[in-house]
Design a protein around this ligand. Structure first.
Ligand code: APR
Length: 305
């Protein structure tokens, strides 16, 4: 984790100067969401939009994908914002900040282990499988996810196709030496004692990016390097409230990608997208694959998950 004084703050998030330099060119004023809603209310996935998005995808060799909590909503995982969202029942600053961990590592660990247990009961949904099918279709794909639930991994995306921008709930890292490790299997949690580093004895913490922290070294750079050459950029299920992932999408668009936003509720990004599909992730992605002539491959319902 880099926390140099030369980092650039965007809200409560920080970027290293090199990445900020690349991305700041797309740091533009987005339209307020009310204005977007006014023009898009009533529109859903019109056939012409699906056809246009399908055409773009059919001819794309390189696809950059940004996902947010919405893609996992159909798996039963609550989103963060809005009615029923995680941040409605919990205060982020009391749980997802370095100060919260310092004040009570036990409390923070309990919350993450509780969330992890919930995630284990939630299988990937058709949206995850559609993205996997896309990468199996011969196109080069990179998924930059804001989610820590690991569901993209569950369907088979490896490190070469995945950037976990905000970390992963299955991992932890040492607060002293930074060493990363996997959490023990769910059955053995919650741990009787707080986990410590095998190498240096330091306290381990969830490998999740908290509010006010810098992105880990190389994470945004890797995503931006791929985004730069993308033919299509798909954004699925994010409220566009956290800037760096959205800037990656806008950067891809600025560099020539067709930007397709999928969300049942319009966000500030929707109006900037070349094509906005107002629908749930699973519904829109399966329609998109069909329009692009990409077969959807997923296990039979009883075997799913
Ligand atoms: N399909 C697609 N999108 C959906 C669906 C669905 N079935 N259901 C809800 N959504 C949309 C909502 O309309 C909303 O715009 O998903 C979005 C979820 O927004 P957030 O809860 O804000 O999640 P996200 O954008 O991923 O949050 C970004 O904020 O709290 C931090 O670190 C946390 O990674 C998270 C980041």
């Amino acid at each position: 984790m880099v926390t140099s004084s030369s980092t650039v703050a965007i809200g409560s998030w920080r970027l290293e100067p090199s990445v900020w330099f690349v991305l700041r060119s797309v740091c533009i004023e987005l339209e307020p969401v009310e204005a977007v809603g006014a023009t898009m209310n009533g529109d859903r996935m019109t056939p012409d939009r699906i056809a246009a998005a399908g055409n773009a995808l059919a001819s794309a060799k390189t696809v950059f994908v940004v996902t947010g909590a919405g893609i996992s909503a159909e798996s039963g995982i609550p989103t963060f914002r809005g009615a029923g969202g995680l941040w409605e029942g919990f205060r982020a600053e009391e749980l997802a900040t370095p100060a919260a961990f310092e004040a009570s590592p036990e409390r923070v660990w309990r919350w993450y282990l509780w969330r992890r247990e919930q995630y284990h009961a939630c299988p990937p949904n058709v949206g995850h499988w559609a993205l996997r099918s896309l990468s199996l279709s011969g196109r080069q794909c990179l998924i930059a996810t804001q989610n820590v639930d690991g569901l993209h991994r569950h369907v088979g995306h490896g490190d070469d196709e995945l950037v976990e921008l905000h970390g992963c709930i299955e991992k932890m890292h040492c607060t002293r030496c930074g060493r990363r490790a996997s959490l023990p299997p769910v059955a053995s949690s919650p741990p009787g004692e707080l986990p410590t580093c095998r190498e240096c004895g330091g306290l381990m913490r969830p490998h999740v990016l908290w509010f006010g922290e810098s992105y880990w070294d190389g994470v945004l750079e890797r995503a931006a390097a791929f985004a730069q050459h993308a033919d299509v950029c798909l954004v699925v299920g994010t409220s566009a409230q956290v800037w760096p992932p959205i800037q990656l999408a806008l950067f891809a668009q600025q560099q020539g990608a067709t930007l397709i936003d999928i969300n049942p509720e319009p966000t500030e990004l929707s109006n900037r997208a070349d094509i906005y599909l107002r629908a749930r992730g699973g519904e829109a992605l399966s329609a998109l694959l069909e329009a692009a002539g990409v077969p959807l491959s997923m296990p039979e319902p009883e075997a799913a998950g």
